[in-house]
Design a protein around this ligand. Structure first.
Ligand code: GDP
Length: 178
């Protein structure tokens, strides 16, 4: 961890192939884009330093690098992750149907207090919508998840969704250390 950072938070992106995870990550990491990889476990991750509530946080965000296509995500992907963005594509119902399975993995391999945000991406394609916002919102509420729709293409809500996750992680971390 860099000297000047108060915290290092690991978070993961998860969801079916093609929903827009990689594009969300490159939006979030933009200028500071620093992609790295761990070829041994076949993942990629990017860092961004971000200031939240007077704390400088180094967010390390992991991306599946296409492994989800082969259902080859291993428990090491989730290990130590404090947050997750569970992404589906609002124009592809099948990607929404997979959410339950991804949630199962998160709960099996992730930590107890993991902050999970359900993300409906590609909201710029409203005319092809197959998943209503209200339906996903209700599901998120029953599962105790946060929820947001985004467009990685138009850069809508992407910054906000990462920021919400990091802020919640910080709150939980602070509560723990009290
Ligand atoms: P991943 O497999 O989940 O990492 O998905 P990618 O980030 O590779 O994106 C898959 C495809 O969806 C690409 O062709 C992207 O250009 C497209 N895409 C990603 N996000 C959006 C979005 O918000 N809106 C639209 N219209 N297309 C998107």
């Amino acid at each position: 961890m860099d000297e000047e950072c108060d915290y290092l938070f690991k978070a993961v992106l998860i969801g079916d192939s093609g929903v827009g995870k990689t594009n969300m990550l490159s939006r979030f990491s933009k200028d500071e884009f620093r992609l790295d990889s761990k070829p041994t476990i076949g993942v990629e991750f990017a860092y961004r330093n971000i200031r939240v509530k007077d704390k400088l946080i180094k967010a390390q965000i992991w991306d599946t690098a296409g492994q989800e296509r082969f259902r080859a995500i291993t428990s090491s992907y989730y290990r130590g992750a404090l947050g997750a963005l569970l992404v589906y594509d609002i124009t592809r119902r099948s990607s929404y149907k997979s959410v339950g399975r991804w949630l199962g993995e998160l709960r099996e391999f992730g930590g107890e207090d993991m902050v999970v945000i359900l993300v409906g991406n590609k909201c710029d394609l409203g005319e092809s919508r197959e998943v209503e916002e209200e339906e996903a919102k209700e599901f998120a509420e029953t599962e105790g998840l946060f929820f947001m729709e985004t467009s990685a293409l138009k850069n809508l809500n992407v910054e906000q969704v990462f920021l919400q996750m990091i802020t919640k992680i910080l709150e939980i971390t602070n509560q723990r250390s009290l």
